[in-house]
Design a protein around this ligand. Structure first.
Ligand SMILES: *[C@@H]1O[C@H](CO)[C@@H](O)[C@H](O)[C@H]1NC(C)=O
Ligand SMILES: *[C@@H]1O[C@H](CO)[C@@H](O)[C@H](O)[C@H]1NC(C)=O
Ligand SMILES: [Cu+2]
Length: 670
């Protein structure tokens, strides 16, 4: 057997070095520090009585015209003013502050005295709240009652939603877990015990112990390789990646170019990765053409389906409450991403405004999955067999956001054919409830989940991911075209066939025309530029190919669903409005549903031949199974944006297949 020379390499890219600044670049550590200094200077009491908490600091994006003029080749390349958006908690009020970094000044401050909802929870706030039970006597009593050793108890803060209360306070519930003998804390809740914490006061204002429910045993919950006992398997063989000519992409700051694609990769503490200004090179027109002005996951809604006292409020908004960007994990080279990946770091502001670095927050790699870009074998011509195959390569941008127990693998995949595939993988640990049940035979009433192990119930839940997709197909003025596939009966007797299907297209005039539920009827959904046509007269467009389609199963008047009314339809289209970016509203924690996409869309604005935004909700209903325990094999879903009459013909007709790479001292490869 030949020994393969395993030669692998990694590319590390460090921010700021010799790169060209871009107006959409996320705030740098020094910019975050400057924002902090400017805001604290104008809120002097923050150092004494009431501390100021920075719940959000992000780039206040320059408006579209100034980005466009910065991009245009004949304008001078001075950056539009750098501005930051700040949401802070100060003296029990939420502040919305805009800071100008070049003039080092505050441009505006808006105080939200009694908002319906509160800002995102910082890691600092979550940590402080989670420590409070340990100095709270009734909690110590509860542990004693259960014979639990306090040194193995860990706690975490959970958002509590809104259930019709008139005035709501900024409260969370703190629940605890047992870590003795296993790192899988989520599998071992100290069920029935919860402390209510007022985040502004940072103290316990309520406490309940609803009786002893046994903590599940440690056995069978572990997932660390070092703690596993034989037998091991299945055994998987390795493969190495080698690119003699280096990677096919270049990264300049946050701008990425690869094959026929260019885009900018940004970051936000609330929503995570932001892909902007994606454009594709048209071989025939000899120019780059705009596809996506901006795309990101605006919200991830995860309602659990247990209505009992301990669980009814468990209806998470992972972006607006926990920060999908803040929760991004450092990617592990060779494991989270292949050997040919390059990595980028990200920075966000902590509670006190100081920057925190997420090392290897993004990875970017070329995917050689062994797939076929296109092919044909022709045997119809006498005495010849023609076979033409082009192998596919794509570029993937990946992040993993670990929101407590769950890990979301988020992929943006660019294909030379013009498709953008958006992938979502769910893995990590289930939301688990403790119980007295040890076998299914004992279950008499609904336990709202699946029995996964003794005293361990995986609670039913959903994951809804709502994507913000500001497609600018060959320019800003776009329309949304909904094409139904309709069965027609052959009326006269000209054909032996009785039926066929054809298409009926309709351009959405206002927002109401574009609210759609998918999966029930066949639709072709397109964002088109009606002002530009192909040579043959077809409207230039991009199509939304839905993947994992889900619809909410909660009642429309249920409180979590009112807050998440943006999931009522899979598709919505709105006219572009800079402030409509977070689909659940500006203040999502304990929100009351009065600032969601469902409310904005009620204005029924004109969306024909306008700069429009497509909102798409995909997701999963999750009935846990034993295979999801103790850690869940990745469950994948996604959708695709695909050019449709955007090009004059197959844009990869003349694509060259990737060159073969030879291993040294190896002849068996060809
Ligand atoms: C609790 O656990 C710690 C750490 O293992 C140990 O040192 C301590 O003796 C334990 N306490 C009791 C009461 O068992
Ligand atoms: C933009 O959206 C916000 C929030 O929905 C709204 O208050 C504002 O009036 C909108 N602006 C325009 C020009 O429609
Ligand atoms: Cu799930």
């Amino acid at each position: 057997m030949k020994t393969l020379f395993v030669f692998v390499f990694m590319l590390f890219w460090s921010s700021g070095k010799c790169s060209h600044p871009h107006p959409l670049d996320p705030l740098t550590p020094s910019e975050l520090n400057l924002v902090r200094t400017i805001v604290l200077k104008s809120h002097p009491t923050s150092t004494t009585t009431h501390k100021l908490t920075f719940n959000y600091i992000g780039l206040d994006e320059p408006d579209k015209p100034s980005i466009q003029s910065w991009l245009s080749p004949n304008k001078p390349h001075h950056l539009p003013p750098r501005r930051a958006s700040v949401i802070a908690r100060f003296q029990k009020q939420s502040l919305e502050i805009t800071v100008d970094l070049s003039t080092r000044s505050i441009i505006s401050t808006k105080t939200h005295k009694d908002p319906h909802g509160f800002p995102m929870l910082t890691f600092g706030e979550q940590f402080m709240a989670s420590q409070l039970p340990f100095s709270y006597e009734p909690f110590k009593e509860s542990l004693k009652k259960r014979s639990l050793n306090v040194s193995y108890v860990v706690c975490a803060a959970f958002t509590i939603g809104w259930f019709g209360e008139g005035k709501s306070e900024r409260k969370v519930k703190v629940k605890c877990y047992y870590t003795e003998g296993s790192a899988n804390l989520y599998a071992r809740p100290v069920e029935g015990v919860a402390a209510v914490v007022d985040l502004d006061e940072m103290k316990i204002v309520g406490y309940s112990d609803r009786g002893v429910i046994p903590v599940a045993k440690a056995e069978g919950t572990e997932y660390r390789a070092s703690k596993m006992k034989p037998p091991f398997g299945p055994e998987l063989k390795g493969v190495a990646v080698k690119q003699d000519e280096g990677p096919g992409f270049t990264i300049d700051g946050h701008s990425v170019s690869w094959a026929n694609w260019n885009f900018h990769l940004g970051f936000d503490i609330e929503v995570g990765p932001i892909v902007s200004l994606a454009s594709i090179y048209d071989l025939e027109k000899q120019e780059y053409r705009q596809v996506l002005y901006k795309g990101f996951i605006s919200e991830v809604f995860v309602p659990y389906q247990d209505p009992t006292e301990e669980w009814y409020y468990t209806t998470y908004f992972d972006c607006g409450e926990y920060g999908f960007g803040q929760s991004m994990s450092s990617l592990q080279p060779f494991k989270d991403c292949p050997a040919n990946a390059a990595f980028l770091d990200a920075y966000y502001a902590s509670s006190d405004g100081t920057p925190v670095k997420i090392v290897n927050a993004f990875c970017i790699f070329e995917r050689h999955a062994g797939d076929i870009m296109w092919r044909h074998t022709e045997i119809g011509i006498p005495n010849q067999v023609i076979t033409e195959v082009r192998s596919d390569v794509s570029l993937v941008v990946r992040v993993v956001s670990t929101v407590g127990n769950y890990d979301y693998v988020i992929d943006w995949e660019f294909k030379p054919s013009g498709s953008i595939k958006l992938g979502v993988g769910l893995t990590g640990i289930l939301g688990i409830k403790g119980g007295t049940v040890t076998n299914r035979d004992q279950i008499k009433e609904d336990i709202y989940g699946t029995l996964l192990a003794e005293n361990t119930i995986g609670v039913y839940h959903d994951h809804f991911l709502t994507y913000y997709l500001d497609l600018d197909i060959d320019g800003e003025a776009n329309s949304f075209v909904k094409t139904s596939l309709k069965t027609e009966r052959v009326k006269d007797h000209t054909s032996p066939r009785k039926s066929y299907w054809t298409v009926v297209s309709e351009t959405a005039k206002t927002e109401a025309d574009a609210r759609l539920n998918l999966g029930l009827k066949p639709y072709e959904l397109q964002v088109v530029n009606a002002n530009k046509k192909t040579k043959l007269g077809n409207k230039i467009g991009y199509r939304l190919l839905p993947g994992s389609v889900v619809h909410p199963l909660l009642l429309n008047d249920d409180y979590p669903q009112i807050r998440a009314a943006f999931t009522n339809y899979n598709v919505w289209v709105t006219p572009y409005n800079k402030s409509e970016k977070w689909v659940g509203g500006l203040f999502v924690d304990r929100s009351q549903g009065d600032d969601t996409l469902a409310v904005w869309s009620m204005r029924d604005r004109k969306i024909e031949n306008e700069d429009i935004v497509l909102w798409y909700t995909m997701g999963f209903h999750h009935v846990p199974s034993q295979e999801d325990f103790p850690v869940m094999p990745t469950l994948s879903g996604g959708f695709e944006l695909r050019p449709t009459n955007f090009f004059e013909s197959n844009p990869v007709l003349k694509a060259k297949s990737p060159k073969l790479v030879y291993w040294p001292n190896c002849t068996s490869q060809h």
